[in-house]
Design a protein around this ligand. Sequence first.
Ligand code: NAD
Length: 297
Amino acid sequence: MKIGFIGLGNMGAPMALNLLKNGHSLQAFDLSEAALRKLADAGAAACASPKAAAADVELVVTMLPAAAHVRGVLTDEQGVLAGIAPGVTIVDSSTIDPASVQAFAKLAAARGNAFVDAPVSGGTGGAAAGTLTFMVGANETLFADVEPVLRAMGKNIVHCGDTGMGQVAKICNNLLLGITMTGVAEAMSLGATLGIDPKVLAGIINTSTGRCWSSDTYNPYPGIVDTAPASRGYTGGFGADLMLKDLGLAVDAARSAKQPIFLGALAQQLYQAMSAGGQGGLDFSAIISLYRSRASQ
Ligand code: NAD
């Protein structure tokens, strides 16, 4: 398939590379020239705008930081909607709010295009390995259309319901992730302060009832998991400002639904403190620096 791919960051780049590896051809765009060059070196056609990337393709995929970026990429003068042919579907894998999804689906429909929300879980490791979970909001027909392409980038392709339901699933997952990461950071820090070897403590947690992805795959304490950002100075991975954005989406959604989310609101403030302290660009597991300043060094 010929695919337009826009947004080649920590997640988008490895996802796009997997599309290439699976035999698809790509027209790519990113504001970062370095990101674009990396994809061009791997065989993608580098484009000068989202409009150019969306021209003459069978599908468009976007992987951008937040709803404002998706809106710009879709609606700018040099945006996707100015270049895409009618009938071509747009799949957005960014994590954004369900209300924006509905608005973008309407804008796309006015041009004769379908808009599918397909946010992902699995981190940069899952993106590189092609094992992401995709949470898809679409009608049955659209889901069947996009599922084979998503399979080139992910292992679990889940139909969550109609337009917007993929984002509902993703927001709830990341609400929990923000909380569990903070919890693991707190427990690991306390253990270290009380004198236990952090590796021993992590081993216990990971074979006990406290085990979770934040403890066994992405432990925030340095030197526990070789492949985790904590073991490379909290670089790459999932930026703390993106986690702060996602907790904000959960808090906003909960406010509209009149549902309290006690721990989510607290976690949001912890990531806010991290961001205010100038660490929003680090991986979100650097939240442990609120407990142990040396952990971020
Ligand atoms: P990132 O900041 O690493 O990458 C975003 C990319 O978008 C950058 O390369 C940037 O240059 C590009 N970009 C921004 N505005 C643009 C524009 N107008 N036109 C073209 N390109 C533009 O972010 P990421 O970590 O890849 O995350 C992308 C999305 O996926 C976010 O919504 C995030 O919440 C979500 N997500 C991230 C992870 C993770 O582990 N990093 C996991 C799951 C979901």
